[in-house]
Design a protein around this ligand. Structure first.
Ligand SMILES: [Mg+2]
Length: 169
């Protein structure tokens, strides 16, 4: 049975810094494509939360990482990427496939070996599913790494995805 495009492969109900990296390794992942806004950073600042930095550092021991943001600000996304010493794409135009294909070409792994991690179903999950990546939905986070109380966008997207036939969880 084929996977519904609006259904993440993994939706553990956690924020990024609480994701068990071992689970990704157990699924055979070699690389991660990471959303930035509300996945790595809660607001408009560029200073990363300490638990996010620690998680990225740990993930870097095992996986290739690429920041992949729809945010058009090269300055902002570049500043985040510099802190982590990671390659990045801004203006990624998710859920379109063009720029994600380019990243996949650079990574040189099979789609099934690359996870895309983000807080949005209609951009992050949809883009990843369209190219056959392992899609991971995370909760938007607060500065301390805990889930943000304001999760209305994701809840709305989950409802819409359900109406469109994607059974969530
Ligand atoms: Mg986001």
């Amino acid at each position: 049975m084929s996977q519904h495009w609006l259904k993440p492969n993994w939706d553990p109900g956690l924020t990024l810094p609480h994701l068990p990296i071992q689970h990704l390794l157990d699924q055979g992942m070699q690389a991660l494509v990471l959303d930035v806004d509300r996945t790595l950073l809660p607001g408009h600042e560029v200073e990363l939360p300490v638990p996010v930095k620690a998680w990225i550092k740990e993930a870097q021991h095992h996986l290739l990482l690429h920041l992949f943001s729809n945010n058009p600000s090269r300055k902002r996304i570049g500043a985040v990427a510099t802190q982590l010493d990671l390659p990045f794409t801004c203006s990624a135009a998710k859920p379109r496939r063009v720029r994600l294909r380019k990243v996949m070409k650079q990574l040189q792994f099979e789609p099934s070996e690359v996870a895309i991690v983000g807080d949005r179903i209609f951009t992050d999950v949809l883009a990843g599913n369209r190219l056959g990546l392992y899609t991971v939905l995370v909760r938007p986070l607060r500065a301390d790494g805990s889930p943000c109380n304001n999760n209305r966008v994701q809840l709305l997207e989950q409802k819409l995805a359900g109406w469109l036939g994607a059974q969530q969880k």
